[in-house]
Structures are given as C-alpha cells and as structure tokens.
Design a protein around this ligand. Structure first.
Ligand code: ADP
Length: 514
C-alpha cells in the first residue's frame, strides 16, 4: 500500500475539491455570515501564506482566543496545514491560568475575536495579535485579520509534513489541578476525525447540518469541525450567543440536524418555556464531558423527541473515546424500558482503535491506549504518574462494565466519597437526586466527617417556588439508593458553580462547604 501520511491538509483539500459549494454559516455579534468550503479553504491558504510572511514557520505555536466561528475554523485548517501548531486558548480560563498556558506553550501569535478584545489580557511573549472582526471591538496595535487574508497568496501550497508532527494543542480545563498540555499530531487528528464520523459514534454525513456547541477551545470542539468537513457536512457556528434560548433559536433557523455539547447546555434547553424554538430538525445530540443524567435523556425524548447519545472522553483522548447506543432491537430490548435508559445512561462502547482495561487494584480505574490517546503531557516530565510504564493512560475515572461491554463511569477517583472504608458514587447520587421533579441540578461532594472519614454533601438547585427540603430529598433517595448513602447534609443553592467548560465545579463546592 502507499505510505501516505494522514494530514489535516487532506481535510481541507477534500472539502475544496469535493464539496466546494457546501455552505458554512457563522453567527456573529451582529448577524449571520455565510461562506462555502471553497471560499474557506482559499482563505486558509491565504492565511497560511500571510503567516509565513510574518515569520511563522513549522512547529511555531499559533494561539486563538475565540468563539465558535468561521474564522476560527479557517485557523483550524490553515495553521496545522502549514506545519504550525494551533493552540486554542480557553476564553473562560482565569487570567493566571491563561498566562501560564500561553507562556508554557510559547505561543508566538494570537488571533482574537473583536467581541473578546476587552476580555483578553496582554500575554507575555506574544509577538503579534490579530483581531478577527466579529463585530465592534478594538485592540490597539493588533493586525487586522481581513487585511492579513487579503495580503496572502490564494494558491499557497500546503507543504508535505510528517504525520507524527504536531497539529494542535489543548490544555485540560484544570477541573482537578493546573492545566496540562496535550499535543495532537496530524495522524491522531485524522484517525480521531474518521472515528467520530462512524455511524455508532456521531454518525456524521454530508447531508447533516452540524452545529458545534462545544467550544472550539475545548478539545478541538470534540473534533466536530474536522469530522464534519471530512464528510462534507454543512456547519453552523453559534458565535458569541451561547444561551440555551439563542442556541435553540439557531437550531430552528438554520435547520441544524446534529449538535454536541456538555449536559449543562441541554439542561438549559429543557428549562425553556412553551414558546421555545422548535428542535424538530435535529436528528440527534451527542452529550458528554460530564455524566449525562438519565432524566436528561428522558426529558429530551419526552419533550422534543430528540435522542441524546452519551459520549465519554478526555482532552487526553482527542477527546471522543466512547459512545453509548442501544444494541440492535433484535436482541429484544424495548427502547422505552428502564433497562434501555439505564444502558443509554452508561458511557457506552469504546471507539475503534481504543484499547481499555480496568485496574481492579486501583479500585476499578479505567486505563486506555490508542493512536489518538496522549502518551505524555507537553513539557511535563515530572507528571507521568498518569501514564503506566507499559504505555497506558490512567484516566482517573472509576468504571464498571454493564451488559458485558458498556463502560459505566462510577465517578472520578478524586470525587468518590470515601465513607467508612466504602465508596459512594457522587455521580450516581447526584444523578438520582436530579430525577426528583423539583430539582434542576444537584452536585454531591465529600465533606470531612469525624466518624466516617467522609460523608456526602448534596448541593441542590430547586425549581422556582419549590419548598422541597432536606428530608424530602432523603425520602426520595431512600427508595432508590442504599441507606448509608443518604446525605446528612443537603445545601440548597441558587446555581451549581461551573468550570470554564461548563462542568460542575466541585473544587469550588468543596471549598464552600468543607
Ligand atoms: P478536565 O479533566 O479538566 O475536566 P476534560 O475535559 O479533559 O478536562 O475532562 C475529562 C473528564 O471528564 C473525564 O476524565 C471524565 O471524568 C469526565 N467526563 C467526560 N465525559 C463524561 C461522561 N460522559 N460521563 C462522566 N464523566 C465524563
């Protein structure tokens, strides 16, 4: 067989050759911009040429600070295809962490949205800032994105590269510590993009209109922009308006058929009133990043008739590493049954090319390896306890197997409540509490206890006007979980604090209630 390297430029070339007229849509601060794969790839070539003229070369880190947008997508294609490394900065990171990751990655240039011009601090070591005009917003001294594009060569040839060279990098959101850098290669990016497009993963196809809701700074928007481009799907980028109502409005207006994001956003859609936009165009939502409560699956089925498919992954796994779908009906499972919902609420089957094993000695910790799983962290020689000597990644997630081969994530090792030598799953407890009709959100954290070591503390957000109290929560739980799991402490809060990528911020809750 030919030894052809797997390169990001292949995604761009295929899109421009095979799907030149397929539409790409981007919402900005002020309206909607429309383009095509042909135009976007031409602009990516111009951009690569302009960057070369600025002295950016192979291996140099090019940072972005932006919403999900067309221009961000142009950078997704241009930067790796010219041999440079795309570093997507998390726009919601604390300033201190942001400075840390930009310096750690040695970013040379940063592209930022005008709408974020006031949010982004000046980062040390950055030689050029480039302003992407998504509406009003100024940045003195910054270059103009459109001028840069205009100055570039539309026929710039993307160079031949080693498929193992770096294409992009991303830092973990730091839910459990300092952000750590993961570097994706061209090869891993292509294999992952092919994998997510598979029917039992995201099932992407040309006729889809794909809306990446998961941010483009969060593990490459789960690979969606690449996967969608690879199959020639239409893409709809939601830009700065990320409220549930705005997301739903764009789905209706642009007839989006497929989307993906963390549970928080879909919980928000479920809270919308009867005048909410229609989601009738959607065939499916892939949801992951944190545990998807069964009530969310049921809620979407009942109200919108839109199936939510749970997926699991980590920044370290590119990220999509498993997805949960029901086996063929021939095996006799009623899709409406409790059993079916329980299976859909697992993290599912691993993706092709992902090997896994469960380390019983580590309490059931999941270990994975594969061609799109990180082998180490960027520049962190001392932090390799996450990688075993024989080449596996310790995920920090504790799992059980359901139905033989479905991964069921019990908890993160750091979030388990260790009570009297036994473990209580915070994920299961909070998922159960969220099944109460008067509960919007619930997070469970461990609090120190003299007698038991740790006990669960439930932090609960009630529906408006609800008078549900701690006894009510315990009575509801008593019928569903073991007695010794019942939390003595229940705190009613207005909102569960969220991390920069919309996950429950348990560090903040522990600080508050410890
Ligand atoms: P961070 O570790 O900073 O949150 P990541 O986005 O890489 O950054 O998070 C990966 C972790 O998110 C996983 O190890 C797991 O704990 C959690 N996670 C991802 N998907 C799911 C899911 N479907 N169910 C439960 N937890 C999930």
């Amino acid at each position: 067989m030919m030894d052809v390297p797997l390169l990001v430029r292949h995604i761009a070339q295929r899109a421009e050759q095979v799907f030149p007229e397929r539409e790409l849509v981007s919402r900005t601060q002020e309206g909607i911009e429309r383009s095509t794969y042909a135009r976007v790839v031409e602009r990516a070539r111009r951009l690569a040429s302009a960057l070369t003229q600025l002295g950016i070369g192979p291996g140099d880190r090019v940072a972005t600070f932006g919403w999900n947008s067309l221009r961000h997508f142009e950078l997704y294609l241009a930067v790796p295809s010219m041999g440079a490394v795309l570093h997507t900065l998390n726009i919601r990171l604390f300033e201190d962490d942001l400075r840390y990751v930009a310096a750690h990655a040695e970013d040379r240039i940063v592209f930022l949205d005008a709408s974020l011009a006031e949010t982004m601090p000046h980062l040390e070591g950055i030689e050029h800032e480039v302003l992407m005009p998504d509406g009003p917003g100024e940045r003195p001294g910054a270059l103009d994105y459109e001028e840069l594009i205009a100055s570039g060569d539309p026929a710039f040839p993307f160079p031949a590269l080693d498929e193992r060279s770096a294409a992009a990098m991303c830092y973990t959101s730091g839910t459990t510590g300092r952000p750590k850098g993961v570097v994706y290669s061209h090869r891993s990016t292509l294999l992952h993009a092919l994998g997510i497009a598979l029917p039992d993963a995201m099932g992407l196809r040309e006729r889809d209109s794909v809306m990446p809701v998961v941010p483009m700074f969060h593990a490459n928007a789960w690979g969606l922009p690449y996967g969608a481009a690879l199959v020639g799907a239409r893409q709809v980028f939601p830009g700065p308006q990320m409220t549930p109502a705005a997301i739903a409005g764009l789905i209706e207006q642009e007839h989006v058929t497929f989307t993906a994001g963390v549970p928080t956003i879909w919980q928000g859609l479920l809270q919308l009133g009867d005048d909410a936009p229609s989601l009738a165009s959607l065939r499916e939502i892939v949801c992951g990043g944190s545990a998807v409560p069964e009530t969310l699956l049921r809620g979407f089925d009942a109200r919108f008739g839109v199936p939510i498919v749970q997926a699991w992954g980590m920044t370290e796994t590119s990220p999509l590493a498993s997805a949960s779908r029901l086996p063929d009906d021939e095996r006799g499972r009623d899709p409406e049954s409790d059993e079916a919902y329980a299976l859909r609420a697992t993290q599912g089957h691993v993706q092709p090319l992902v090997d896994f094993r469960v380390d019983a000695e580590a309490g059931g910790e999941l270990l994975v390896r594969g061609p799109f799983v990180a082998a180490r962290y960027y520049g962190d020689e001392g932090d390799d306890e996450r990688f075993t000597e024989d080449g596996w990644l310790r995920t920090g997630d504790v799992v059980e197997l359901r139905d033989g081969s479905y991964l069921k994530l019990v908890d993160r090792t750091k979030d388990l409540v260790k009570s009297g030598g036994e473990w209580i799953s915070s994920v299961e407890l909070e998922g159960t509490i969220m099944g109460h009709p008067e509960v919007i959100e619930a997070a469970v954290v461990a609090v120190a206890d003299e007698r038991w070591g740790e006990r669960p503390c439930a932090c609960v957000v009630r529906t408006k006007g609800s008078e549900l109290d701690a006894d009510g929560i315990r009575a509801f739980l008593a019928e569903r979980v073991a007695r010794w799991w019942l939390p003595e402490r229940v705190e009613f809060i207005d909102e569960v604090p969220k991390t920069s990528v919309g996950k429950f911020d348990k560090k903040a809750l522990r600080r508050r209630f410890a």
